[in-house]
Write a protein that binds this ligand. Structure first.
Ligand SMILES: Cc1ncc(C[n+]2csc(CCOP(=O)(O)OP(=O)(O)O)c2C)c(N)n1
Length: 324
């Protein structure tokens, strides 16, 4: 087990990397550098960070339209994430995919997707493959509360349950699917309770508390690796920016609610907790924060300096090429 200080600063570093990358991407979107949509993960950083801290490169992550944080936490370099949104050669999908098609199988990031729901089934498939091949790897699906009302949720959880597959289903319940409140879309807004229908553990955790997410995910992943089957982990969280960059707060959620969640910022909560527990204080966090800020600035520079793909290469890197 890592020393507490190392763990706290490691988790903080990942959250800061996601936060500062997202803020840079939001500015880049305003400047017209981003081609296509840009759904940021600001406010939800603790979820990807706490879960991915337990994963190795052999474990697979399947993600959503809001996937930059998952990609970064799983180990895709910042410059490759940014360059992908800027449509450049350096991008992890060679600039072909943009924000919602981030892929880097070498580190186990098996894809972000604009189609809401299927990542649940793909992670189930990864769990099935792991079981057949006896690799010990875990499949992880990150998805929103909106996706939990999609048929893929039932199919994936049911299949994983009956075959006891090594899968972690992580529901990032930020209370809204675009502008539709979960309280309007579901009879029971507690997604974790649905686990009982599949006879698997369902855990609810404060998704803004990275140490709580880390602990709950650790238990679930240990269980998966031991062959005991899947877990549904519901992280209660909030996106503090608009659904997608360029949209406006149109009145579907109260400003006081946004302010209340901003006051529970996951980076701030970790600082406060570490100070209360006398693990470390602002100087240590500030040092990490400024070193991450330097990395983000360098990654952005590298990304904008990367060329756009040549027209003649439009059909390469699109399909898997079998080596002769
Ligand atoms: C299958 C499918 N249905 C609908 C959409 C349109 N859509 C895009 S984002 C979104 C909301 C998803 O909400 P949620 O799963 O809670 O994720 P969040 O955006 O809150 O992170 C919807 C419905 C889609 N992309 N795919």
């Amino acid at each position: 087990m890592e020393a507490e200080l190392d763990l706290v600063l490691r988790l903080y570093r990942t959250m800061a990397a996601i936060r500062l990358t997202e803020e840079r991407l939001a500015q880049s979107h305003q400047a017209g550098l981003v081609h296509g949509a840009c759904h940021t993960y600001v406010g939800e950083e603790a979820v990807a960070t706490g879960v991915c801290a337990h994963l190795t490169m052999r474990d697979s992550v399947f993600s959503t339209h809001r996937g930059h944080g998952h990609a970064l936490a799983k180990g895709v370099p910042m410059a490759e994430v940014m360059a992908e949104l800027y449509g450049r050669e350096l991008g992890c999908s060679q600039g072909r995919g943009g924000s919602m098609h981030l892929f880097k199988p070498e580190v186990g990031l098996m894809g972000t997707s604009g189609i809401v729901g299927p990542c649940i089934l793909q992670a189930t498939g990864a769990g099935y493959s792991s079981k057949l091949m006896k690799t010990g790897a875990v499949g992880v699906a990150f998805f929103g509360d909106g996706a939990s009302n999609n048929g893929a949720f039932h199919e994936g959880l049911n299949l994983a349950a009956i075959y006891k597959l090594p899968v972690l289903f992580v529901c990032e319940n930020n209370m809204y699917a675009t502008e539709v409140p979960m309280s309007y879309a579901a009879g029971n807004t507690d997604v974790y309770m649905r686990a009982a229908g599949y006879n698997i553990p369902g855990i609810k955790v404060d998704g803004n508390n990275v140490l709580a997410v880390y602990e709950a995910a650790g238990t679930a992943i240990k269980r998966a690796r031991a062959g005991e089957g899947p877990t549904l982990l519901e992280c209660k969280t909030y996106r503090t920016r608009v659904h997608a960059e360029g949209m406006k707060e149109s009145g579907y959620r109260p400003m006081e609610e946004i302010a209340a969640w901003k006051a529970r910022d996951p980076l701030k909560l970790l600082r406060e907790q570490a100070m209360r527990d006398e693990i470390c204080g602002d100087p240590e966090f500030d040092e990490v924060h400024s070193s991450v800020a330097g990395q983000v600035a360098a990654a952005h520079k590298q990304a904008v300096e990367s060329p756009y793909p040549e027209g003649r290469d439009a059909l390469s890197h699109v399909y898997y090429e079998v080596q002769a």
